[in-house]
Design a protein around this ligand. Structure first.
Ligand SMILES: [Zn+2]
Length: 373
């Protein structure tokens, strides 16, 4: 990861470069900000820049012996601490046991989220940085520096450190070994123990600009620019959300068609066709039912916003907007809350393994009444 690989964040990059140029490197920094804004990529680019043997004013050289090791995240003075799902049977209880997988995951997608990582290694189990990682951290920091001026430890999701591990890290941060730099990275910095929070210099990483998200997406996806702009606004500055939204776009188109049908059939109370509509959605599975209901809640909300004549607040695709032009007149102050409640209730009932056919048919009949209000 070079600074030039990072999406947007020019001001933060400059701030980080300045700490190197002025030789005022804080020994412990916390990169905080919402998921997907580039905290881990920034830490990787920054660590590389600190140790590059031939950096220029803007970026690392990319070719020196240090950079070459950074390319594969195998620099001996670069250490990683991250949450894992331990496996006692296989004696996999510390980060090093997962390091090869971690490197591969981050090199494949530097904007990896903590949840994606944990799902990848632990099939949805809760992850942690366990107690015994504390010994590993101290062992690594006591090693002499191999090749570089600085030893750098990146702690990803420090809020997931077990308390005893966190206390040991706190002690080291309070009395750091010379030429050692800690880069902590957190989506939820307030969950880190307060004593650590107060010992680190916090850098808030802001959301990525819409313009930068769109520009980056254009290099990777074939969607038209206006669709990417819409998704970028919905992603609220997070590249990982942007990726997820692009991948969901197909899903969105299916849900859009379903939504139009449901509204038309409910309005007309066409029970025969409503039954067919319900059967088709139920056949697609429970997950699809829930996703449709979430989508429907978004559409109703957006149509209400449009009804209030505040289209600048509306986050809809062109197709959705075209439909909403007429439909939004039916969503008003008298029915918005009830419709939202009914959709949320149906979603909750399906979540609790209720009978989809009954729940959805019941919903459509309630919609018939509410849409006429
Ligand atoms: Zn270099």
């Amino acid at each position: 990861m070079l600074f030039s690989d990072i999406i947007g964040q020019e001001a933060i990059k400059e701030q980080l470069r300045q700490t190197v140029h002025s030789q005022r490197l804080p020994h412990a920094q916390l990169f905080s900000g919402v998921e997907g804004v580039g905290k881990l990529p920034l830490a990787l680019a920054y660590a590389r820049y600190i140790n590059c043997e031939n950096r220029n004013k803007q970026d690392s050289c990319g070719n020196c012996p240090s950079c070459i090791k950074f390319n594969k995240m195998v620099h001996p003075d670069l250490h990683f601490v991250f949450p894992i799902v331990k496996n006692d049977a296989k004696k996999m209880t510390v980060c090093d046991n997962f390091l090869a997988d971690f490197r591969e995951a981050v090199l494949t997608n530097p904007y990896l989220t903590v949840n994606t990582w944990l799902n990848q290694i632990g099939e949805g189990k809760q992850g942690q940085i366990y107690t015994n990682e504390g010994d590993e951290i101290i062992r690594k920091l006591n090693l002499k520096t191999y090749e570089s001026e600085y030893k750098i430890m990146i702690i990803w999701a420090p809020e997931k450190m077990h308390e005893s591990c966190a206390n040991r890290v706190l002690k080291i941060i309070e009395e750091p070994p010379p030429k050692t730099i800690f880069l902590l990275i957190s989506d939820t910095p307030d969950e880190i123990i307060g004593t650590i929070q107060s010992r680190v210099q916090r850098i808030s990483i802001p959301p990525i600009n819409v313009k930068d998200l769109v520009a980056h997406a254009q290099n990777r996806y074939t969607l038209p620019t206006d669709e990417l702009q819409l998704l970028a606004r919905m992603a609220q500055g997070s590249w990982s959300h942007m990726q997820a939204l692009v991948e969901q776009t197909d899903e969105m188109k299916i849900n859009f068609e379903r939504f139009i049908q449901l509204m038309r059939l409910s309005w007309a109370l066409n029970v025969k066709e409503l039954r067919a509509w319900v059967d088709e959605l139920v056949a697609a599975g429970r997950e699809e039912e829930k996703q449709f209901l979430q989508y429907a809640q978004r559409m109703i909300r957006e149509n209400f916003v449009l009804h209030l004549k505040q289209p600048t607040l509306s986050y809809m695709s062109q197709q959705e907007q075209a439909f909403a032009k007429n439909f939004s007149q039916f969503i008003n102050e008298r029915n918005i809350l009830d419709i939202m409640d009914e959709l949320a209730l149906a979603e909750a009932q399906i979540e609790q393994n209720g009978n989809g056919k009954i729940i959805l048919l019941d919903l459509s009949i309630k919609l018939y009444r509410l849409l006429k209000k």
